[in-house]
Design a protein around this ligand. Structure first.
Ligand code: URA
Length: 243
């Protein structure tokens, strides 16, 4: 469900502020009834009219971007830095990222204009699995990797159990490559987890988001998801949610 003024703004007929005014003026109806207050939320099947004209909802679209490092997971940046939506200037729909990857993190990032879908995936109970591959400083002991696996205390609480695999290490350079699979999505979580065991992250990439892998994509490339891929993700998120 999304706020009515947001849905009107997304349809491209008014700014969010103007949409709020239209609602307060009694010019907006949902399923035939005039709505005059601002808290109302609507779903994809609700019929909205503005000034008696049915709202054309944007077609929902879904993209997987292989986000390069050095790009912000946002739709705009006041410092003029590159943002993820710069890769979609040919798309007329107003899409935005589902969650975020740090500026220096590369990898799988989903973008859509479907707010309900985004909320479903980002909800903590959806438990979409995310696979990260980190190059870290030093070579971690088995015990340290076990502690990541069991869950580690961070300043915002203990992390949920994770899957951890030491992929390789370089004794000379004193670095290691570790795969970490988590379903939480706290801010800078992977970097903070490795920092907590004394092995800071040097490089980080998200290899998989739920069922979506980077297979066939180079950094900076995107692909539109098929209806089947969208459905798979939805099923995955719902399954965990109902557990
Ligand atoms: N964890 C991080 O630390 N950074 C990311 O970009 C994603 C997960």
């Amino acid at each position: 469900m999304e706020r009515l003024q947001k849905v009107i703004a997304h349809a491209g007929i008014a700014s969010r502020r103007k949409a709020e005014e239209l609602i307060l003026e009694g010019k907006v109806s949902v399923n035939g009834s005039v709505v005059k207050e601002l808290g109302v939320k609507v779903g994809a099947s609700d019929k909205i009219s503005v000034n008696g004209v049915p709202l054309e909802r944007e077609q929902p679209v879904y993209f997987l971007l292989y986000k390069p490092r050095g790009v912000i997971s946002s739709v705009s940046d006041d410092k003029g830095r590159k943002v993820v939506t710069d890769y979609f200037t040919h798309i007329e729909q107003r899409i935005y990222p589902v969650g975020r990857l740090d500026y220096d993190t590369s990898g799988a990032l989903l973008l859509t204009n479907d707010g309900e879908f985004a909320n479903l995936l980002m909800h903590p109970s959806s438990e979409i699995e995310k696979v990260y591959v980190a190059k870290i400083k030093g070579i971690p002991s088995k015990e340290k990797l076990k502690s990541l696996e069991r869950g580690i205390r961070l300043e915002d609480g203990k992390t949920a159990p994770a899957k951890v695999k030491l992929m390789s290490f370089d004794k000379k350079a004193e670095t290691a490559i570790v795969e970490l699979i988590i379903h939480e999505g706290r801010n800078r979580q992977v970097r903070r987890m490795f920092e907590a065991i004394g092995h800071p992250v040097l490089k980080l990439k998200r290899e998989r988001y739920g069922t979506l892998t980077l297979h066939g994509l180079n950094a900076g490339e995107a692909k539109e998801l098929t209806p089947h891929e969208v459905k798979q993700l939805r099923v995955l998120a719902m399954k965990k949610k109902n557990k």
